[in-house]
Design a protein around this ligand. Structure first.
Ligand code: IVH
Length: 667
């Protein structure tokens, strides 16, 4: 074996073991970043030795080319569904039916499992290797979503064999789901990016699995718990519980809450206990599942047309109750969406006291005709904010009048804007205090101004200490502002300052995207950059008609942009950024190539030209001006009084020019 072959094998074993510890044993021993480092090492070795790549290598989870459509896969054995028991009486009746069917007076041993609210999938392994995976579909034929399933870290690409022999064929069924925290984070990111949010974790998981480009699925926080088999050749089990244990040994995650129950009272206790705890779980469940444990008893009971006689789903009570709407108050989300909130007479829903419920938007208020003083049904599901479901019209007071949201932002008083065809009214004011954190986090993010080291915690601290009110304040931060923050070393403060300095040299498209104008994403910002040749002032004064004439800009986006600029506060923020040194690189090509590929740093008090002119001259000749000296700097132009940058350049043996020498060079 060559060094590369053995290191690749070693890395694969390590990565698979870490995955197993993380997803199956719930006992990780490395951090995410250590894991990523091993994965990157593997990827780079495989880049150098493509002949050594195998389909089950941990590197092969991502990178498959996008599909134009999903193929279909017929399940060897149909994927059945479950009959429902709506209450504990019906669970009792299930046990009675089982006893009758098996002709016994004794309670039958069952396996009790949480019923996850996700998407049922099937994974097929031949000789230990994941061959394909599919959705349940109509139970007989599903969609081939192998590429997407492979991106889910919890799904093994090959089976572990150290504890148990690998069967020649193994079909495993399980539920793909999104955790509540993953769901919340995904929706927050989508809000910031102006994308529609998912209504619940189940929809988010379904939408993620239905992507034709698995690179998108790979970014979604999906997981799986496995709970049944399809066809198996080369292994057999006396009980379902044995099968679940085998699944774990082969490397599949199995819900740790699964347990054996031996009597009707155990079964009901499990159901009630899980129902009481459902809102504390990190994922959504909509009931319990009870399955006969012994395989011979399952076979004796058999199946109905679409569901087995040996299993039942115990449904939880709907988390809905009635209460009174004491008031309707508009509130402003982090991304400027005005959301009407019903302030309720406090009421207990599934063990939690609820005092507020969302009414979503004006259209929803109109549709449900919710008025102050109404008695309403409200519902709560998992971590999702409670919502008003419907009004009890019989209990309406004569004095109740239809509710209309005000046209001003509840946080800053600026006019809100509701594009035609959209349900949500938004405040577009860049200085709106309720949106500051969200706007700044977006402004500094990777695709926007990409300010290195400017993380969420830093933004939170700076806003809370009122050091930043609007995005332009970032460019006025001083060393003292930063170094006085909690857990901020001098070196980090310095690094952040130079990152801010570097970020000032940006492009029109990054800057426009960074402003977070609704519906103006990274791509549209590029479209605008091309049309306006990188001139922000022409964009700022463009009319709705002119904007609409641009390919890819529709009437809604055009109007969103012009209303954005009609708020003087937004114009002020942009002008302030420009006057604080933000420079939007021209999209025109350089005039000469004298400085092609060269990075130049200007320092000291420049006397012959301004810093902006210096940068423009560097760029006009094919070079790039940077704010800090590093090994990548090609030369330093030093004016009078140059200090630490000059010293650093000398230490690194980087050539130093005077202003005159620089002018001579480019003349
Ligand atoms: S067993 C023959 N176990 O519920 C039984 N299903 O309503 C087949 N589900 O399609 C399924 N958690 O997508 C089983 N622990 C669990 C489950 C579970 C969720 C889903 C599954 C199935 C649906 C049936």
């Amino acid at each position: 074996m060559t060094d590369a072959t053995s290191r690749i094998a070693d890395l694969r074993t390590k990565l698979n073991d870490h995955n197993y510890r993380y997803y199956v044993l719930d006992d990780p021993i490395v951090s995410d970043s250590e894991y990523d480092q091993l994965l990157r090492e593997l990827q780079s070795l495989e880049d150098d030795h493509p002949d050594l790549i195998t389909p089950d290598s941990p590197s092969q989870r991502v990178g498959a080319p996008p599909l134009s459509a999903f193929g279909s896969i017929t399940h060897r054995q149909p994927m059945l569904s479950l009959a429902n028991a709506m209450d504990t009486d019906e669970l009792n009746a299930f046990m009675d039916r089982i006893k009758k069917g098996l002709d016994t007076d004794d309670d039958v041993t069952l396996v009790a499992e949480p019923k996850l609210d996700g998407l049922g999938v099937e994974l097929v392994y031949e000789n230990g290797l994941l061959i394909h995976g599919s959705t349940r579909g109509d139970g007989f034929t599903g969609e081939n979503i192998t590429q997407n399933l492979k991106t889910i870290g919890a799904i093994p690409l090959s089976l572990r064999s150290e504890k148990r022999d690998i069967p020649s064929l193994l079909e495993v069924r399980g539920e793909v789901f999104m955790t509540l925290s993953g769901f919340k984070k995904l929706n927050e990111e989508r809000e910031v990016d102006g994308l529609p949010t998912f209504a619940n974790p189940r929809n988010a998981a379904a939408g993620s699995l239905r992507q034709l480009d698995s690179a998108i699925t790979a970014t979604r926080p999906l997981s799986i718990y496995c709970y049944e088999s399809g066809e198996i050749s080369g292994a057999s089990f006396e009980t379902h519980f044995d099968f679940l244990n085998a699944l774990k040994e082969w490397g599949f995650p199995v819900n740790p809450k699964v347990q054996v129950v031996k009597s009707t009272s155990d079964m009901i206790a499990f159901h009630n206990d899980l129902e009481a705890k459902r809102n504390d779980l990190p994922y959504e469940i909509d009931g319990t599942v009870f399955k006969v444990n012994r395989m011979d008893q399952r076979n004796a009971l058999g199946i109905r047309s679409r569901s087995p006689r040996w299993a039942i789903a115990g449904k939880f009570k709907a988390q809905q109750v009635t209460t009174v709407v004491n008031n309707i108050v508009p509130s402003l989300g982090r991304t400027g969406a005005v959301t009407p909130v019903a302030h309720l007479e406090p009421v207990n829903v599934g063990g939690v006291v609820v005092t507020h419920a969302t009414l979503h938007n004006q259209d929803e208020i109109n549709r449900k005709d919710v008025r102050i003083g109404d008695t309403v049904w409200i519902q709560r599901a998992g971590d999702v904010i409670p919502e008003v479901v419907k009004v009890v019209k019989d209990k309406r007071l004569k004095s109740a009048v239809p509710y209309q949201l005000p046209s001003e932002c509840p946080a800053c008083g600026h006019d809100v804007f509701r594009p035609e065809g959209e349900a949500v009214a938004r405040c577009q004011n860049l200085s709106c205090p309720a949106q500051v954190k969200g706007r700044i986090k977006h402004f500094v993010s990777k695709t926007a101004l990409d300010i290195d080291g400017f993380g969420e915690k830093l933004v939170d601290q700076l806003v809370e200490k009122k050091l930043i009110l609007t995005v332009d304040d970032i460019f006025e931060l001083t060393f003292d502002d930063l170094v006085n923050l909690e857990r901020m070393a001098e070196k980090s403060a310095q690094n952040i300052l130079s990152a801010i300095q570097d970020a000032k040299e940006t492009t029109f498209s990054r800057f426009v995207y960074a402003l977070g104008i609704r519906n103006v994403g990274a791509h549209l910002s590029k479209v605008l950059e091309n049309y306006f040749s990188g001139n922000i002032h022409t964009l700022m004064s463009a009319s709705t008609e002119e904007l609409e004439s641009i390919d890819e800009v529709g009437p809604i986006v055009a109007e969103t942009i012009t209303t954005f600029w009609s708020d003087c506060a937004n114009v002020d923020v942009v002008e302030s950024c420009l006057s604080l040194g933000v420079q939007l690189e021209s999209v025109e090509g350089p005039k000469s190539e004298i400085l092609l590929g060269k990075t130049i740093v200007f320092t000291g008090a420049l006397t012959q030209f301004s810093r902006n002119e210096a940068k423009a001259m560097a760029e006009a000749n094919g070079g790039r001006a940077s704010g800090s000296v590093s090994k990548k700097t090609d030369f330093l132009v030093a004016g009078p009084g140059a200090g630490s940058k000059l010293k650093k350049a000398e230490d690194l043996c980087i050539p130093v020019l005077s202003e005159a020498e620089f002018l001579e060079m480019i003349s």
